[in-house]
Design a protein around this ligand. Structure first.
Ligand SMILES: [Zn+2]
Ligand SMILES: [Zn+2]
Length: 238
């Protein structure tokens, strides 16, 4: 299990690593969960939350970075089992409520061919249990109420309602706004609007964060993100 610590004593743990990362952000006895992974991740999430509640800790929020199935599949189960408030962006809201995916669009010629050809069957296969969102986020949302020194910002592009979570202005949890699968690239294979996504990278660079934790793969450095911002600044439309 990978763990990061900020200078302000917040801890970020990747409690499920692999298909889709699930993060737990903690400060003193306060915790928030970010994303839920796919169905097999549920057992680990349940165990983690049970341990927090058994020890008298407070876990009050589940933040969903966007409405794709590999991030939201366990959200309704978690909401039914634990007293967490679900937090997500307004622009993906209708998908959470219906258990559907915002359009998955390839960001490179090959992945674009796949998504253009198989969009309909893919969307049907990837449905998940619908879930009500308790706290609807627009541009920014402070996490003080949940005992965490951080905030959520809107980082659209991968989907219209994608968000990132900034902890102590030092570490950002970015969902699929970037990937960490290739050593020298943060570019995700799927994004609805690449130009908007690159704009969101700039918004993330406007924070003081030095580390960016994606949902797929491992951490990206600020230096890599700066290089990628320049590289994709004048990307032609697919
Ligand atoms: Zn996604
Ligand atoms: Zn994903």
């Amino acid at each position: 299990m990978r763990t990061w610590k900020t200078h302000n004593d917040s801890t970020i743990e990747c409690i499920c690593y692999g298909r889709s990362n699930v993060f737990l952000v903690s400060r003193n006895d306060h915790h928030i969960l970010i994303d839920t992974g796919t169905s097999p991740s549920y057992a680990t999430i349940r165990k983690t939350l049970n341990a927090i509640f058994a020890s008298g800790g407070k876990a009050e929020a589940l933040i969903l970075t966007h409405a794709h199935f590999d991030h939201s599949a366990n959200a309704s189960k978690i909401k039914a089992a634990f007293p967490l408030r679900l937090v997500a962006h307004r622009d993906d809201l209708s998908h959470f409520i219906n258990g559907t995916n915002p359009e998955i669009r390839g960001s490179r010629p090959f992945t674009r061919f796949i998504t253009d050809t198989f969009q309909k069957p893919l969307s049907g296969m990837m449905r998940y249990s619908p879930v009500e969102i308790d706290v609807v986020v627009d541009d920014r949302y402070d996490l003080d109420a949940f005992g965490i020194n951080g905030y959520i910002i809107h980082t659209p592009g991968h989907t219209p309602g994608s968000v990132s979570v900034i902890v102590d202005d030092e570490i950002a949890i970015v969902g699929d706004a970037m990937f960490g699968v290739k050593k020298n690239s943060v570019f995700p294979p799927f994004a609805l609007d690449v130009k908007t996504m690159v704009q969101s990278w700039k918004v993330l660079l406007d924070t003081s964060c030095s580390t960016f934790l994606p949902s797929h793969g491992s951490e990206n450095s600020r230096e890599l993100l700066e290089r990628e911002c320049q590289r994709y600044a004048d990307l032609p439309e697919l």
